[in-house]
Ligand binder design. Structure first.
Ligand SMILES: Cc1ncc(C[n+]2csc(CCOP(=O)(O)OP(=O)(O)O)c2C)c(N)n1
Ligand SMILES: [Mg+2]
Length: 329
């Protein structure tokens, strides 16, 4: 642990910055592409919440698994799916990570542990618990991560998944991305117990903590401890990350009437990427010029991904029946 309170090297810190910048830039370009009609279907961006995916996934191995949500582009990128494969999937192209058949809410790359984004709110919790159970049965030291929003915590899946993981000491990390709203419903109106970590610890006797989800160092530290506990056979942890999405629920949706301009502006001032940039410079892990160079590199990577998506072919109509039935093996 150094005087600035982190045990991470400058290289690791810059990797976190780079991932957050990559998610931000990719999301902004995907939103633009959606507005231009190039991305069919709904597109839920992760702008404002990047610290959570980046902080958690940096603590994982490639053979650890992640179950994601409808707001999952950031989880996919942080787990190692290439920006080209994510962008091409949203464009519906054959070169996308799901062959252009899935789109935004069906991003899959199981070979590197991205077990899927999902349009259904809640199941990631049960899938995460199930994967943890399989690791336990197999005697493997892999861990499983379930990302979910505040909108999922009064779903039956939350109670069933947490209870199962707790009684069997499963190697699961439950990551609640509490961005204060489920579409336009404020979390404070949806539950009497707004403290999700309390639900986990009091109701299920699970290790649980609440962190600032816009502080990547806090998220990383919490995830690192949770992963170590899980690998050591000490059971699951719930990490509640307080955060905020600064774009509408989904691209093209109205964004007024349920939250105030003042609240939005206040959270924009707590931007996770700008905060980390200031901290890195203040603690001499990087200069402004270093960060500008990283930003330029990220911009070039994302420009390349969008161009790749744009110029890739759509799936061949001849293959329409592929992947419908298992071919065994
Ligand atoms: C089981 C289920 N119920 C309802 C919906 C409709 N729906 C889509 S997104 C959403 C809100 C989810 O809110 P939250 O879990 O907080 O995630 P956020 O969008 O805030 O990231 C809802 C209710 C759904 N997709 N699945
Ligand atoms: Mg929410």
């Amino acid at each position: 642990m150094t005087s600035d309170g982190t045990s991470l090297s400058s290289e690791q810190l810059l990797a976190l910055y780079r991932m957050m910048a990559l998610i931000r830039r990719t999301e902004e370009q995907l939103a633009r592409a959606h507005q231009m009609g190039l991305v069919p279907g709904p597109c839920h961006t992760y702008v404002g919440e990047e610290a959570i995916a980046a902080g958690v996934c940096a603590t994982l191995r490639e053979d650890d698994v992640v179950f994601s949500t409808h707001r999952g582009h950031g989880h996919a990128l942080a787990k190692g799916v290439s920006p080209r494969a994510v962008a091409a999937e949203l464009f519906g192209k054959a070169t996308g990570c799901s062959g252009g058949r899935g789109g935004s809410m069906h991003l899959f790359a199981p070979e590197i542990g991205l077990m899927g984004t999902s349009g259904i709110v809640g199941p990631s919790i049960l899938q995460g618990a199930g994967a943890g159970y399989s690791f336990k049965l197999l005697g493997a030291d892999q861990v499983s991560v379930a990302f979910f929003g505040d909108g999922a915590v009064s779903n039956g899946a939350f109670h069933e998944g947490l209870n199962l993981a707790a009684i069997w000491d499963l190697p699961v990390i439950f990551v609640c991305e509490d961005n204060m709203y489920a579409t336009e419903v404020p979390f404070r109106q949806a539950t009497r117990v707004q403290d999700v970590a309390t639900r986990a610890s009091v109701s299920y006797d699970m290790a649980a903590l609440c962190v600032d989800g816009n502080d990547v160092l806090a998220v990383h530290q919490a995830a690192e401890a949770a992963v170590a506990r899980a690998r050591a056979g000490e059971g699951p942890t719930l990490i509640e990350c307080k955060t905020y999405r600064t774009r509408p629920h989904a691209e093209g949706m109205r964004d007024g009437g349920y939250r105030s301009a003042e609240e939005l502006e206040a959270w924009k001032r707590r931007d996770p990427i700008a905060s980390l940039a200031a901290w890195l410079v203040k603690n001499q892990h990087a200069s402004d010029a270093d960060l500008e160079a990283l930003d330029a590199e990220v911009k070039a990577t994302v420009d390349d991904a969008i161009e790749f998506a744009r110029s890739s072919p759509f799936p061949d109509p001849e293959t329409v029946a592929d992947f419908i039935f298992s071919e065994g093996g």
